[in-house]
Design a protein around this ligand. Sequence first.
Ligand SMILES: Nc1ncnc2c1ncn2[C@@H]1O[C@H](COP(=O)(O)OP(=O)(O)O)[C@@H](O)[C@H]1O
Ligand SMILES: Cc1ncc(COP(=O)(O)OP(=O)(O)O)c(N)n1
Length: 259
Amino acid sequence: MYSKIALSIGGSDSGGGAGIQADLRTFMALKVHGCSAITCITAQNSIEVTCVQPVEKNTLLNQLDTLFADFGIDALKTGMLLNESIINDTASKLNTYKITKIIDPVMVTRTGSKLLEDSAINAYKKLLLPIADLVTPNIYEANLLSGLEIRSKEDIENSARKIIGLGAKAVLIKGGGLKDMKGKDFFLDLNGRKEWLFNNFINTKNTHGSGCTLSAAICGYKALGFDLFDSIQKAKLFVEKSLDNSYKIGSGPGPLGHH
Ligand SMILES: Nc1ncnc2c1ncn2[C@@H]1O[C@H](COP(=O)(O)OP(=O)(O)O)[C@@H](O)[C@H]1O
Ligand SMILES: Cc1ncc(COP(=O)(O)OP(=O)(O)O)c(N)n1
C-alpha cells in the first residue's frame, strides 16, 4: 500500500476542482502517494479565475530539491506553469530527473480564463516538449503548440505529427474541443504507433478538472509500473468513472468525483 510516489508540479485551484488539488485526489484514489511542487496560486471558483500569484523562484526550486533529496519519486506530471520563467526553472530541474515526465500544457480554462502567458508558448516548445515522455494537449493547446488550426480528425493527426517533430516521445491530443468528439483522443508516439482511443461519453456539465485528472491518472498508473499506453487506457477509464461521479458545487461546471 502506497509504495509508489507521484509528483505534480502545477498551480493551486482554490476551488479544489482542478490543478494540484485534483491531481492529489487522483493519486490518492490510485493508492499512489502524491507530492506537489506549487508554481502559482489561483483564486478560482467554478466560473472564473480572479487572481494568479506565482511563487518565488526559490520557493519552487526548493520544493523540487527537497522532494528529490529524500523521496524516490516514480513519475511526475506538470500542469499550470503560467510563464516563461517558471517553465525555465521547471525544465532546468526536469532535465536532471530520470523518471517518466507527463507534460500537460495547461493554457486556458474551459470558462475562458488564461492560465499561461502568450509569450511562454515558445518556451514550452523549446524546453519541455523535448523532454516529455508524453504531452497531453487539448485542441486549443495542440493548435498553439503545432501551429496548425484544428477543425477535423485529420487535423488532429497532423498536429500530433508536428508535436512529435518538436521532440516529444508521445502525444495524446484530447478531441473534446471539436463537435461530437468528447471522450475521443488521439495517441501518437515516436515509433509511429497511432491509435484513436475512445471512452463512453458522460452527459454532465460538471467537467472542471477533467484534463488535470487525466494527466494525473496517467502519471499515477506510470508510477505504479504500467507501460505508457496501458496507463493512458486505464486513465481514460478513471476519468470516465470520475465524470460519472461528478457533482455541482457552484453555478458553473462542478468537479469530478475521484473514487
Ligand atoms: N463528457 C465527457 N465524457 C467522456 N469523456 C470526457 C468528457 N469530457 C472530457 N472527457 C475526457 O476527459 C479527458 C480530458 O479531456 P478535456 O476535458 O477535453 O481536457 P481539458 O480539460 O484539458 O480541455 C479526455 O480523455 C476526454 O476524452
Ligand atoms: C490551477 C489550475 N490548473 C489547471 C487548470 C485547468 O484544468 P483543466 O482540467 O485542464 O481544465 P478546466 O476544467 O479548468 O477547463 C485550472 N483550472 N487551474
